[in-house]
Design a protein around this ligand. Structure first.
Ligand SMILES: Nc1ncnc2c1ncn2[C@@H]1O[C@H](COP(=O)(O)OP(=O)(O)O)[C@@H](O)[C@H]1O
Ligand SMILES: O=P(O)(O)OC[C@H](O)CO
Length: 499
């Protein structure tokens, strides 16, 4: 093997990145572009899939140029993506026929309420592992078909294809209308509410409940497997991995053994624990999901705690309130004070995910007095990420039966040292960050590299993991308990507010 690098694409909620990694898992070159966040109505969140594909085409040459290499130096490409977001497009032209409807979008809540009444959450859990929620793909796809019957007719005629973002990108990377490969991987499929979590196939009963024509669905493949060859800017490169971004981060953090946990802080925050070959069911609001499947068919499951709003709250402080000009400034502002001055923020902008799963919850700022400054509010924003993490960690420990010993972190927000200290303080465990916080991309690169033999096995990958930062708990337990009580009270108010 002469190629010296693996390239991966991380199609996230706010931006699309291409990254080039060397054999030691070191980030060697990158390109990045943000895309528009479209909010047509309260609770609706859309992306323009054509813009996302255009951005992808631009960031790939940027990443190669950043390192000064050519496509001949690339052994394989892997694609990680935001999960649950989907788009429908024309098979013959590649033109999207709807906006990409994003995982944060709540327009399908009425359909979810109907399904929670009949046949009930347990039916869906027994098949897909997860309960009906607007967060997952199928209710939003049902909404689209119900609201636009013309699309349903075209779907039944075989004119349309459906895909989550990795499916859309891989289809385009491999030729689009001219022979593009239409696939999704097991991790992304496990978030659609259409795949059977045991068989890893589309479940006929789930398709019927959501009234989804099977003809539009991609073929489900392992996360690490050559599925086609790229054309265009990556011509000749094997497309060798597809993975949901959060599962990609678990893999990039080399959490290969049962019990290993990571938390990724991006637009949302997602804590995943590898549970090995077994599906661990949850009674505490966690989501059983697929962690990864390798080319030989071996697979691992995970339990996930999903937090809808983490970095998204910082974006709101920047764009909605105008208190800061850039996301990193929240740390400077929060450091102007020693605590939150009694202020607590719960960012339930579109309800609360794990462990509460309340779609009617709405955000709360509590404890406001004239003493509270912008600094206190900024600090409360960061503390809310820490306390949301703690809610998930406690629920995860209750499901798994073992307490957390330390937490591996990654994602855009982990450059915020104050946030990392607050997480360690609130959780009362050490927080550890590896040299690369771009673990989503690294995980996709690892999965692609394994598929083409660039790396021989997962054991080699463990040697690439190096600690870059560690934050140990420093908060006195009385203060932690005071904060916990204030957080609990604010959560109660959040759950009580009807949207
Ligand atoms: N220093 C920082 N402090 C707090 N939040 C930050 C910081 N840097 C970035 N963020 C937040 O992190 C998010 C971007 O992280 P990223 O991992 O790129 O997200 P995604 O994969 O969801 O697009 C944004 O929501 C941004 O507000
Ligand atoms: O884009 P991120 O990193 O916020 O991840 C989004 C998740 O995949 C949604 O489930």
């Amino acid at each position: 093997m002469t190629s010296r690098y693996v390239l991966s694409i991380d199609q996230g909620t706010t931006s699309t990145r291409a990254m080039v990694f060397d054999r030691n898992g070191r980030l060697a070159g990158m390109g990045q572009r943000e895309h528009r966040q479209i909010f047509p109505r309260p609770g609706w969140v859309e992306h323009d899939a054509a813009q996302i594909w255009a951005n992808t085409r631009r960031v790939i040459p940027q990443a190669l140029a950043d390192l000064g290499i050519s496509v001949a130096d690339v052994a394989a490409v892997g694609v990680a993506s935001q999960r649950e977001t989907f788009v429908l497009w024309e098979r013959d032209s590649g033109r999207p026929v709807c906006p990409a409807i994003v995982w944060q979008d709540t327009r399908s809540q009425l359909i979810v309420d109907r399904l929670l009444d009949d046949p009930g959450a347990d039916f869906f859990r027994s098949r897909a592992g997860i309960p009906p929620a607007a967060y997952f793909t199928a209710p939003r796809l049902s909404w689209l078909m119900e609201t636009h019957p013309d699309l349903r007719v075209r779907a039944l005629r075989g004119e349309l294809l459906m895909g989550t973002m990795e499916t859309w990108l891989i289809w385009n990377l491999t030729g689009g209308p001219d022979g593009g490969v239409h696939v999704t991987d097991v991790t992304n499929a496990s978030r659609t509410l259409l795949m059977n979590l045991k068989t890893l196939d589309w479940d006929p009963d789930l398709l019927e409940f959501f009234d989804v024509p099977e003809a539009i669905l991609p073929r489900i493949v392992p996360s690490s497997k050559v599925v086609g060859t790229a054309v265009g800017g990556l011509a000749g490169v094997p497309v060798a991995a597809a993975v949901g971004d959060q599962q990609g981060a678990l893999f990039g953090q080399t959490c290969f053994d049962a019990g290993e946990v990571k938390c990724t802080y991006g637009t949302g925050a997602f804590l995943l624990m590898n549970t090995g070959a077994d599906i661990v069911t949850s009674t505490h609001g966690m989501l059983p999901t697929v962690a990864y499947q390798l080319a030989d068919g071996s697979k691992a499951y995970a339990l996930e705690g999903s937090i809808a709003v983490a970095g998204g709250l910082v974006q709101w402080v920047r764009d909605g309130l105008g208190l800061i000009e850039s996301a990193p400034q929240i740390e400077t502002l929060a450091r102007t004070v020693d605590d939150s001055g009694g202020c607590v923020v719960v960012p339930a902008f579109t309800g609360l995910f794990s462990p509460y799963w309340s779609s009617s919850a709405r955000g709360v700022i509590s404890g406001l007095t004239s003493f509270v400054t912008a600094g206190h509010l900024a600090r409360a924003v960061l503390e809310s990420c820490a306390w949301q993490t703690n809610d998930v960690v406690e629920a995860m420990a209750a499901d798994a039966g073992v307490p957390l010993k330390s937490l591996r972190v990654d994602g855009g927000m982990t450059s915020n040292h104050l946030l990392m200290q607050l997480v360690a303080d609130v959780l009362d465990v050490s927080v550890v960050r590896p040299t690369s916080s771009e673990t989503v991309s690294l995980g996709a690169a690892y999965l692609a590299g394994l598929a083409v033999g660039y790396w021989p096995d997962v054991h080699v990958l463990r040697r690439n993991w190096h600690r870059a930062g560690q934050w140990d708990p420093q908060l006195r337990s009385e203060l932690r308990e005071q904060q916990r009580a204030a957080w609990r009270a604010a959560i109660v108010r959040t759950l009580d507010v009807r949207g």
